[in-house]
Design a binder for this molecule. Structure first.
Ligand code: ADE
Length: 220
């Protein structure tokens, strides 16, 4: 079974999204286990302090190294081979190829920060820093959820149709999916491309490939 450990100040953040749809089914089927671990439990001071103001001044608070590093150590104690990923806007961009790479591991540990970020020294204790994109989220949790979701749906046996995996390898090469249509055939005056109604599978395949390439060129 693939495992995911999430180090976070907000374990409850993950409850609802993981209890729906594909992640829910994957967890129920025993394909993946998800443990959200409270970083605050690793703070040893009286007030369980996890953040502090930056040296040199400036706005906001930073995640303190002691509780975060202690939580990483606990994650490594449970799974000595674990791959620890810090979610941060200054990390490398998360991609479909990266999601696929993670499915080849026995599991991952996702470290989520809050406030203005992490004390820089924490970076020495993680294997990789990833960003979801060039925007700042209120914390690493939404990013960790996206990473986890992208990985879960790629795990063997999670998706019903093996064709979905073929599509994924398509997106991996930087080519987007083609446009899709379902019933009704006419919606508010907008029809469905004739070729899709033709029953000619070779032509349909050609059309889809051409559309996917066209879309990919347009969106880069
Ligand atoms: N934490 C805050 N913003 C983020 C982003 N864009 N990606 C990953 N983690 C983040």
């Amino acid at each position: 079974m693939f495992y995911a450990q999430i180090l976070t100040l907000f374990p409850e953040f993950f409850d609802s999204p993981l209890s729906c749809s594909i992640p829910k089914r994957a967890i129920e089927a025993g394909i993946v286990s998800v443990d959200a671990i409270q970083i605050r439990d690793f703070a040893t001071d009286k007030h369980h302090k996890v953040d502090d103001s930056p040296y040199g001044g400036g706005p906001g608070m930073l995640m303190k190294p002691e509780p975060v590093v202690a939580s990483i150590r606990a994650a490594r104690d449970r799974h000595p081979d674990t791959h620890v990923v810090m979610l941060t806007p200054s990390g490398a961009r998360f991609t479909q190829a990266k999601a696929l790479e993670f499915t080849e591991k026995s599991g991952i540990t996702l470290l989520c920060g809050r406030y203005e970020g992490f004390d820089e020294r924490i970076c020495d204790y993680v294997d990789e820093e990833l960003s979801l994109g060039d925007y700042v989220l209120s914390g690493g949790e939404p990013a960790a959820l996206c990473v986890l979701d992208a990985v879960i749906r790629l795990l063997p046996e999670v998706l019903g149709s093996p064709e979905s995996a073929v599509l994924d390898s398509f997106t991996e090469e930087g080519i987007l999916d083609w446009p899709h249509y379902t019933r009704p055939e006419m919606f508010e005056g907008k029809g469905v491309p004739e070729v899709l109604l033709s029953g000619n599978h070779a032509e349909i395949e050609k059309w889809r490939t051409a559309q996917a390439i066209k879309r990919s060129k347009k969106r880069v």
